[in-house]
Design a protein. Structure first.
Length: 176
């Protein structure tokens, strides 16, 4: 039904800062103590997400299983860099499954021509976006950031995707 998110923490100071920032930086109504935004869900979005919350763990397990399968299959192909699965004390949300390839544009065209819905999310680095040009400290290139932007490609991943579909995508990448 739309975008939403959540922050879960056991740090009370962080939780308080998040509460302030989600509603104009208010601690007290109409008094902005810090920079903030209007980031509240409307009632309809909240009601739908409340129902969907019951399936969150199941969906996350499905996404993780598929991401691990992608990683296993793609690890055999040296030209593809896969995302790390998890870091210590964290669990990856697997909102997207993003690989890196120095031949990203050709790979994207190839997969698209085969009917695979791939995408380049965020095709320009933040420090090169017009809205942030004035905030840049200096016109220093961020070489790794700019390289990543040129190499990232999002592969299909959702909790209802089959393992066979992942295999098909991997087979196509291997044939490429």
């Amino acid at each position: 039904m739309g975008d939403a998110g959540a922050l879960v923490t056991d740090d009370s100071a962080l939780a308080e800062q998040a509460r302030k920032r989600r509603q104009y930086g208010w601690n007290k109504r109409y008094v902005s103590e810090v920079e903030g935004v209007n980031s509240r869900l409307d009632e309809m979005q909240a009601a739908i997400l409340r129902v969907k919350l019951a399936t969150l763990d199941k969906c996350q397990r499905a996404r993780r299983k598929l991401a691990l399968h992608y990683n296993e299959r793609l690890a055999e192909m040296g030209a593809i860099a896969t995302p790390p699965v998890e870091r210590s004390n964290t669990k990856h949300g697997w909102h997207l499954y993003v690989i890196r390839s120095s031949r990203r544009d050709s790979l994207q065209s190839f997969l698209s021509s085969k009917g695979v819905p791939v995408a380049v999310h965020y095709p320009a680095a933040l420090h090169l976006q017009p809205a942030y040009a004035a905030k840049a400290l200096a016109p220093v290139p961020l070489i790794e950031t700019e390289r990543a932007v040129a190499e990232v490609l999002t592969l299909p991943l959702h909790p209802y995707l089959s393992k066979e579909a992942v295999d098909t995508v991997c087979d196509l990448i291997e044939s490429f």
